[in-house]
Design a protein around this ligand. Structure first.
Ligand code: AKG
Ligand code: FE2
Length: 364
């Protein structure tokens, strides 16, 4: 990989969505074939075991037992499902339904919200940042939700009709859950309740990503989303109720995510929570596989520190036994975005005593 390839978005293949590739029977460009070494070991992903995902009942978060469950979920597998979260079933269903409706619209309608070359928001496929980048088999709609004054309404679809209202309703429910989870996590450490929230600042950022994975002719070779950790502090997934596809790496083995409990949401820690927790909470590697017959949809909310907000391990979590593991930093998302496309772990770069390999990306 060359440095030159990183400076600008490089030449993009002349198709605007994976869905169009499928519908028009276009021969697959090679960049979709995944060369991710972790993937090759277990191509028959149907035969993988299911992950046992801890269940956190929000109505019990005042109890010691539930706090302990939350703590051990975050410090082992890095993910958990949340029930009794307070978001109405109707809102969850509307979110899934309108996501499907959006992607099923004619191309011209979706193109009204197309991502522009130097933006991350809007509708489109992977941004190509590196020569020979492996592309994900996914079309996306990516929108910033918070801070409110930084939203870009030009990317918010007019259709389906209730899109805006439903997304805002859902986002506000998600924000409440995040607050409660992070306050509970702080309490378990005997830290001031708002320690994690304050570290992320008053202008914490929340994005919503709608992922659409069309049926894929080569599910053994092509991933819906290549292996990655999330760069945010938390990611909250509203899964497809019908079609599985998400997998997590635990103790160096891949596991399939089973269908969640009814109306549960799946939380996972992202890199910035791992950093703030001084490495106690784990940001798990995960990927999405493709399916030859069925389309799949997921909606993910990413929540994390505000732009320009300096973060680092909480002082209360740095001890003699657990010395500081990460430097203080800001705008981790920028570093993360570049490393993501090359399947490299951005979090390693911000570890104390990190020594770059000779061919490292020269990030400014
Ligand atoms: O589609 C999924 O199940 C996972 C999505 C995901 O990991 C992401 O968007 O970062
Ligand atoms: Fe992810």
């Amino acid at each position: 990989m060359t440095m030159a390839g990183l400076s600008k978005e490089v030449h993009q293949e002349k198709h605007s969505s994976v869905q169009e590739l499928v519908e028009n029977g276009i021969e697959l460009p090679n960049n979709y074939i995944c060369k991710d070494p972790i993937y090759d070991e277990s191509t028959d992903s149907n035969s993988l075991p299911y992950l046992d995902i801890p269940v956190i009942d929000m109505s019990l978060l005042t109890t010691k037992e539930e706090l302990q469950k939350l703590h051990s979920a975050l410090s082992s597998v890095g993910c958990f499902q949340v029930i009794n979260h307070g978001i109405e079933v109707g809102t969850l269903d509307k979110m899934s339904k309108m996501a499907r409706e959006f992607f099923h619209q004619p191309s011209e309608e979706k193109q009204k919200y197309a991502r522009l070359e130097d933006d991350v928001e809007g509708y489109g496929t992977d941004k190509v940042l590196v020569e020979n980048q492996t592309l994900d088999w996914a079309d996306r709609l990516y929108l910033k939700i918070s801070p409110e004054d930084t939203r870009k309404p030009q990317f918010w679809p007019q259709n389906p009709k209730d899109f805006r209202k439903t997304l805002l309703e859902y986002s506000s429910g998600i924000t409440n859950i995040i607050k409660s989870i992070l306050q509970s996590a702080a309490r378990k450490f005997d830290l001031p309740e708002n320690s994690f929230l304050d570290e992320c600042g008053e202008r914490a950022v929340m994005f919503c990503r709608f992922n659409y994975f069309p049926p894929c002719p080569k599910p053994d070779e092509i991933l819906g989303l290549k292996t990655h950790t999330d760069g945010s502090a938390l990611a909250i997934l509203l899964p497809d109720k019908e079609v599985e596809g998400l997998q997590f790496l635990k103790d160096d083995k891949w596991y399939k995510v089973p269908h969640l409990l009814p109306n549960a949401l799946l939380f996972n820690a992202g890199d910035q929570l791992e950093i703030i927790s001084n490495g106690i909470f784990k940001s798990p590697l995960h990927r999405a596989v493709t399916n030859s017959e069925k389309e799949r949809l997921s909606v993910v909310m990413f929540w994390g520190p505000g732009v320009g907000q300096e973060i680092g391990p909480l002082e209360g979590l740095i001890t003699e036994e657990t010395p500081r593991g990460f430097i203080r930093l800001k705008d981790y998302n920028v570093t993360y975005g570049k490393y993501y496309q090359t399947c490299q772990a951005a979090i390693d770069v911000v570890r104390i005593n990190y020594e770059p390999p000779i061919n490292d990306l020269h990030l400014s």
